[in-house]
Design a protein around this ligand. Sequence first.
Ligand SMILES: Nc1nc2c(ncn2[C@@H]2O[C@H](COP(=O)(O)OP(=O)(O)OP(=O)(O)O)[C@@H](O)[C@H]2O)c(=O)[nH]1
Ligand SMILES: [Mg+2]
Length: 334
Amino acid sequence: MNFRKIPTVLTPEEIIEKCFRRVRKVQVVDPDRLYRLRKLNAGKVQAFADTASSTLLKYVRAFPTIEALHPFYRELIDLGVDVDRLKVSLGRIQGIASTVSEIGRGKVKEIMKMRSQEEMMRAQREALGRMVSAVKRARDPLMVLSEAREFMRRLPEIDPKTPTVIIAGYPNVGKSSLTSALSTAKPEISTYPFTTKGVSVGVLEMGGRRVQVVDTPGMLDREPAERNEIERKASSALRNLPGVVLFLVDPTETCGYPIEMQLSLLQKLSEEFPQMRFFVVFTKSDMEEWTLPNVKEVKVDEERIAGWGVVSSTTREGIEELKRALSALLLDEP
Ligand SMILES: Nc1nc2c(ncn2[C@@H]2O[C@H](COP(=O)(O)OP(=O)(O)OP(=O)(O)O)[C@@H](O)[C@H]2O)c(=O)[nH]1
Ligand SMILES: [Mg+2]
């Protein structure tokens, strides 16, 4: 979903200014004076009406229908946008666009029947005045659109239909390093409107098929109870993505978290996402202090564990095997 395509939402004054720039450009060349005057005055009214209504309708069309969006994005948008208010605002802007068009159409028709220049100019001024007032009535709804746009354009570009590897694990266990090591190109980093750190989305390609790797710091790197409300809801939206959680455990504990604590997070996350499967990877295998932890204590149903792996993002040990395992898991299953 590309919310970055939503254009900048202008203020009523900026829209009016834009309209007047077009109005000033209207020129008519015709030897018949009466026809020329009619065309000139009508043309100015038409230019204002067309510019204003097309600008307003462009916004209405640029916003996606929220109901038609994938639940992943619906839930995320809900965190920063009052969806009902957005809908009402879009409706009002559409209404104002038609009002402007109607004023324009009506006046153009009248002007084309007029005979005196004075009468035409009066009609032109009246039409422009009424259209300016109509555009000014769009102030509040335009503000709502502008705020919604700001929030939506900062949502990371995650395709909710592409098989996904969601990276989880305590801070410093090697999530970003592994996201890079798995990705074909440099992962795309963007800031979620509700996390302080950048979310990165990498792509892993296997035989021409794509798998996306999503690292969401501030979300699945601590227990649900330690997240704030927004982070909890944002994390919860991740359950709509098709795929597997890649849970990283750093057995060297150089990350600063004891192994028991890391394994307990795995258990908590498996309870938080009962419909997801977890692939567990032990990171930093190149380090001297590395030992394979005892995982017998972890109370996670065996069928919830999609696999185990040992990797080093530094030496790339285990990376290709992990890629193959993930691809088989995400792409080969019916
Ligand atoms: N030796 C070694 N160091 C690693 C490896 N992977 C990560 N590190 C180091 O561990 C530290 C943390 O790595 P990151 O990839 O930033 O960890 P992270 O989980 O993304 O951390 P946060 O984003 O803070 O949650 C860095 O200093 C890395 O250089 C590895 O495979 N081997
Ligand atoms: Mg990181």
